[in-house]
Design a binder for this molecule. Structure first.
Ligand SMILES: *Cc1c(COP(=O)(O)O)cnc(C)c1O
Length: 392
């Protein structure tokens, strides 16, 4: 069958848009043009590289302030943030937790660490995240309320939470999702790992439920090397998040007293130092990424058979990873396009393998995942580093 996407043209357009002739262009590279070196050297010179030091507090303050959160607790990675976020939200062994199949494996892994079972629901094509309308009608079929708690009629297990994920930085329909959550008595815990700098109706993602998780892995919009944070909108839960992630140690001048099973999830000071310097540059990263997305959107209109994905209505996305979506006529050409782009030094990737297809999650309950299947077959991420693109 002849291919419909002119990949030669696509490559030319992407090259012209990113203004880079480099033989290999990565999907997303970090940028360290601020005070990273100064802050990291300060850690080395003062000896405060590990579990104590001023940068952890400072980084947490900067995150809380930027996102408008009551508290931010810095941890070793986004997966750990999700794990503790779920725990302090009351997710217990034997519960089911609703999440999208279209996500990174960390979402379901964290649910599994709690002894809970992921329950997959579909996404919509406007946001790439959980579809609240489908969720509502699905829950109305499968949920039985007993003593104010929602149970899955089919499996008999309690359902405790919904974990939406803001795919590639694009916010989900948070207001509608919150309505559905309160209708069925479910906690909302945002996997905001990809959405630092993304806003829904002017409010930062990750601040809609009481607790959410962020990631600062090396490929995210800003990085601490490895790292994450729990955003908390409640003083008591904020204290608990800090306590549990720091071995649940009760303060004392010399005694080691721990009052529950804790975790050693605290972000080291040296990573937090990197984070403080990166936070200072976040507005610049966001501006550059928005400008790159704008240029992609304009230029890719020239290429037939694909659509450039743009932010959902009433949202401001961080455009972490730029995405093209194949049309109906070109839906079978994904691997051909991936091959061509990668062969020509433009690192590109499909979306994740849908989580319900991974061996360890195949038996999990799920609704029909029509949009997820369709999107995962058609989405391609293209180079998105904040230094790419001509200055506008
Ligand atoms: C990056 C990411 C995480 C967390 O990843 P870490 O590598 O543990 O920081 C969680 N969920 C999603 C959707 C992610 O993209």
């Amino acid at each position: 069958m002849s291919k419909q996407i002119n990949t030669t043209q696509l490559i030319e357009v992407i090259r012209a848009t990113i203004h880079s002739e480099k033989p290999f262009v990565a999907l997303h590279e970090p940028v360290f043009q601020g005070r990273e070196k100064e802050f990291v050297v300060d850690c080395l010179e003062t000896g405060w590289v590990s579990s104590v030091g001023k940068y952890v507090d400072l980084f947490e303050q900067m995150l809380a302030e930027y996102t408008g959160s009551v508290r931010a607790v810095a941890v070793v990675n986004g997966t750990a943030a999700l794990h503790i976020g779920l725990l302090i939200s009351g997710v217990r062994p034997g519960d089911e937790v609703i999440c999208p199949s279209l996500s990174f494996v960390a979402t379901t892994n964290a649910i599994t660490y709690c002894g809970a079972v992921p329950h997959f629901v579909d996404v919509d094509e406007i946001t790439l995240g959980i579809d609240p309308k489908k969720l509502d009608s699905y829950l109305s079929e499968i949920v039985r309320i007993e003593g104010k708690r929602p149970y899955n009629k089919v499996t008999g297990r309690p359902i405790s939470a919904v974990v939406p994920m803001h795919t590639f930085g694009h916010p989900v329909r948070l207001e509608k999702l919150m309505e559905v959550c309160s209708k069925y008595g479910l906690e909302l815990i945002e996997d905001a790992a990809e959405s630092l700098g993304s806003f829904y109706k002017g409010k930062h993602t990750g601040t809609f439920g009481k607790v959410s998780a962020m990631s600062f892995n090396g490929n995210k919009i800003m990085t601490t090397g490895g790292g994450g944070a729990i955003l908390v909108q409640d003083e008591v839960l904020g204290k608990l998040a800090k306590h549990i992630t720091t071995t649940a140690k009760v303060p004392h001048r010399w005694e080691f007293i721990h009052d529950q099973v804790g975790y050693n999830y605290r972000l080291p000071n040296i990573n937090a130092a990197l984070g403080c310097a990166q936070m200072e540059q976040l507005p610049y990263f966001l501006e550059r990424k928005r400008s790159l997305a704008d240029q992609y959107r304009k230029n890719l209109q020239l290429v037939d058979g694909i659509t450039f994905f743009t932010e959902p209505p009433e949202c401001k996305s961080n455009y972490w990873l730029n995405t093209i979506i194949l049309n109906d006529e070109t839906q079978d050409e994904r691997d051909h396009v991936l091959e061509q782009l990668n062969d020509h030094g433009l690192m590109s990737r499909p979306a994740w393998t849908l989580l319900h297809k991974l061996v360890m999650y195949q038996e999990c309950p799920r609704m029909e995942l029509i949009a997820s299947e369709k999107l995962s077959k058609r989405m391609i991420n293209i180079p998105s580093s904040s230094f790419l693109g001509g200055l506008e």
